[in-house]
Design a protein around this ligand. Structure first.
Ligand code: ADP
Length: 486
């Protein structure tokens, strides 16, 4: 633990260009999931603070939306530079408050910076259209307009990048923002907002409210000045927000849970498949919505694949993310850890075999943290919880298959539809899989398919709308049709 990662003064919220304490005077403690020790303390707000931030954002919208795209772009470029310059510090804070390995945290920060650059550029490409009229004395013009005040709610698993992916396109489009980060990881969001302040954004354009989710969320939903809810988190909360947004017909974009299948065919390059699985399963300790949650391996290669996987797992170093040799960090909290252990126990009780791992790590350096051994379970069947529910932990459940059509049907048999992965060296099969899997993201021989310019989002109950690339801009723009009579 480095001293730099322990923040001792009470951090405040950022509303209308000022660092302010909550109306209630309450605070929130932030703890390290690696050691349980306190790493920070922040002022915790409620609906009153949210209302002030929304008012500030609504006021700031008048001028911000009228700036030229080139002017808005300059602020985003500045923020891009600042985030890159402060990469190591931001990464240290992420690792301290949510536990991920420092190498991954640095990658996350660079990903966030990349969003600020991408949307600095994309801001300038919000084009309209003219459409041929069917009557001679009329002309049709179509223009794009920012939707207005955006309320963004982000989760703890990518505490900086999830913020960047929402605020960068929103600001580029000309919207103003009120952000509520997850209560377990507000420190990295606060540091990002210090950089936002340094970048010189006009007051009220970007606001930060921290605290209990329900009262703040309620204000976001009920306040008519908020025109758009941008959310990443659980399907349960996503549904609540969608329902609440209906009352004032706010736009919503929702990035929700997933239950990704990962299919290894008999003609796959098994070493590449093991590497891909590592990317998709163990990054962030398995706490990503695009994480593999069902591994289907062809019967003829299941033994060879499992042996390679287990051998690789045995070399992995689990530990505090702040140690530079750590490859897999702890889980976010006790509740998250217990869910993972319950999934393992349920599978074991219903006849699955634990090929490696399977337990909480509790000795020595692990004593005070929320660590789970990287685990492989074979013989997984449909009646097990792990087959249907999102595990959010470092557990690989292996299911054996023999037939292509049957495995596609099984892979699609879920309420989720975020990411799916396929390993095969047969070109025709690659195309068949790309077409038949009902998922918003399909990685073909690729276990880490996210990029800033690509659309990210799910089918079915995994969400609505897309982040990434030019697709995200549409989420923050209204379309206006102007009819000119001549
Ligand atoms: P997770 O289970 O990964 O923590 P959640 O969906 O509970 O996922 O949390 C994601 C984000 O949603 C967090 O910022 C959390 O504070 C927020 N959140 C949780 N419940 C609500 C709610 N009722 N209204 C608004 N935001 C909420």
């Amino acid at each position: 633990m480095t001293e730099a990662n322990v923040i001792t003064e009470t951090k405040r919220m950022f509303i209308n260009g000022e660092w302010v304490e909550s109306e209630s005077g309450k605070t929130l403690k932030v703890v390290s999931p690696a050691t349980g020790e306190q790493v920070g303390i922040v002022s915790a707000g409620d609906e009153r603070d949210a209302r002030k931030a929304i008012d500030a954002a609504a006021e700031a919208f008048k001028a911000w939306s009228q700036l030229t795209a080139r002017e808005r772009s300059k602020y985003l470029y500045k923020l891009y530079d600042l985030v890159r310059e402060n990469r190591d510090e931001l990464a240290g804070i992420i690792s301290a408050e949510m536990g991920k390995p420092i190498r991954e945290a640095k990658g996350e920060v660079l990903g966030a910076a990349d969003n600020f650059m991408w949307y600095a550029e994309e801001a300038k490409r919000v084009y309209g259209e003219t459409v041929p009229s069917s009557v001679p004395n009329k002309r049709i013009m179509v223009t794009k307009h920012p939707v207005g005040v955006v309320a963004a709610i982000t989760p703890w698993n990518f505490p900086v990048n999830m913020v960047a992916r929402k605020i960068a396109p929103a600001l580029a489009a000309g919207c103003t923002v009120v952000l509520k980060p997850a209560e377990s990881t507000p420190l990295s969001a606060i540091r990002l907002f210090e950089l936002i302040e340094q970048a010189g954004f006009p007051k009220g354009v970007v606001n930060l409210v921290i605290g209990e989710p329900e009262p703040i969320g309620k204000e976001f939903l009920e306040n008519k000045k908020v025109r758009k809810i941008a959310f990443t988190g659980s399907t349960r909360v996503g549904k609540l927000l969608m329902e609440g947004a209906a009352k004032t017909v706010k736009r919503v974009s929702l990035e929700l849970g997933g239950h990704a299948p990962f299919i290894v065919f008999e003609d796959a390059d098994l070493d590449a498949a093991v590497n891909g699985l590592f990317e998709s399963k163990f990054r962030n300790s398995g706490q990503m919505c695009i994480c593999t949650n069902r591994l289907y391996v062809h019967e003829s290669v299941v033994e060879a694949f499992t042996n390679k996987l287990v051998a690789r797992i045995k070399q992995v170093k689990v530990g505090d993310g702040r140690n530079k040799d750590t490859e897999i960090g702890p889980l976010i909290n006790e509740q998250g850890l217990n869910k993972v252990l319950e999934h393992i126990e349920d599978a074991r009780a219903k006849g699955a075999i634990v090929a490696c791992g399977g337990n909480r790590l509790m000795d020595g350096e692990y004593a005070k943290g929320f660590y789970c051994e990287p685990t492989v379970i074979t013989g997984v069947t449909q009646d097990m919880r792990i087959y249907r529910e999102e595990t959010f932990g470092p557990v690989v459940p292996i299911i054996t298959f023999t037939d292509e059509a049957a495995v596609v049907e099984a892979a699609n048999d879920t309420d989720y539809g975020l990411a799916a992965y396929v390993y095969t060296q047969n070109n025709a099969r690659c195309f068949r899989m790309a077409e038949m899997l009902e998922y918003g993201i399909v990685g073909i021989n690729d276990g880490a398919p996210t990029q800033t310019q690509a659309p990210f989002g799910g089918f079915k109950e995994s969400g609505i709308g897309r982040e990434g690339g030019h697709y995200a801009m549409d989420e923050f723009l209204e379309t206006k049709f102007v009819s000119f009579g001549l």
